[in-house]
Ligand binder design. Structure first.
Ligand code: PEP
Length: 254
């Protein structure tokens, strides 16, 4: 597939996998995806498995991501994980503002923006998630919601930082529900996101930002979604927990 932007497919393992299970999965992924060069493949295990997974993917084409981080550095922030701690395990990416964190931890756009700035300051690439709920889609306010999240979550970043940021459009109604946005629905919002990025930072920056789609991506819908002009990869939850589910998504996207 010939795209200006390299595809990036990330597996978000959420609160799943013991260290032993994580090692099993990533060792098999490393073997199965060894030849994949056309896609950036990222796995995002829970914090507890970062060290083991980091060692298991040394000198491979698989990159490591975390699922969250603190907006603060080292210090008196009980229970938090600072960017510097992630760097110790060669983490390169960090998912920020996932809808589950927005819902359960009440993360706001302003907080996500602080975390994104802290991630960039530590040379971590944030994967910033945005997306509307079912109620918002049915009320025909998807664009307003996504634009507000986008402007708020990227507030204060320079154009250079925005260009390096990965965005994930994840309609909340499609996460873990088995309901996928149609490829046309996904393309429509991705194109809109690029339009907002262009108005914020100009055409060149907007053209360079990679925008993943997330929401019940599976092997059987990956090719069509990835074939959309503004869809530059996937953020995969459920299907990334199993070897075949994830490897087939990656292979079907190329
Ligand atoms: C996610 O949580 O980011 C996600 C897209 O989950 P799922 O693939 O299970 O819908």
């Amino acid at each position: 597939m010939d795209k200006e932007r390299k595809l990036i497919i990330a597996g978000n393992w959420k609160t799943n996998k013991t260290v032993a299970e994580a090692l099993d999965l990533v060792t098999a992924l490393r073997r199965e995806l060894a030849d994949v060069k056309a896609v950036d493949v990222v796995v995002c295990p829970p914090f507890t498995a970062l060290e083991s997974v980091s060692k298991a993917i040394l000198d491979s084409n698989i990159r490591l991501g975390a699922q969250n981080m603190s907006e603060n550095g080292y210090g008196a922030f009980t229970g938090e994980i600072a960017a510097g701690m992630l760097k110790e395990f060669s983490v390169g990416y960090v998912i920020l503002g996932h809808s589950e964190r927005r819902q359960y931890q009440k993360e706001t756009d302003a907080l996500v923006a602080k975390k994104a700035a802290a991630a960039h300051a530590a040379n971590l690439i944030p994967i910033v998630c945005v997306g509307e709920t079912l109620m918002e889609r049915e009320a025909a306010i998807t664009e307003e919601v996504v634009e507000t999240q986008l402007r708020g979550s990227l507030a204060g970043l320079t154009s250079d930082q925005v260009e390096k940021t990965v965005l994930a459009y994840e309609p909340v109604w499609a996460i873990g529900t088995g309901k996928t946005a149609s490829s046309a629905q996904a393309q429509e919002v991705h194109a809109f996101i690029r339009k907002v990025l262009s108005s914020m930072h100009g055409d060149t920056t907007a053209r360079r930002v990679r925008i993943q789609y997330g929401g019940s991506v599976k092997a059987n819908n990956a090719r069509e979604l990835m074939g959309q002009p503004d869809v530059d990869g996937a953020l995969v939850g459920g299907a990334s927990l199993e070897l075949r589910g994830f490897t087939d998504i990656v292979k079907n996207s190329i």
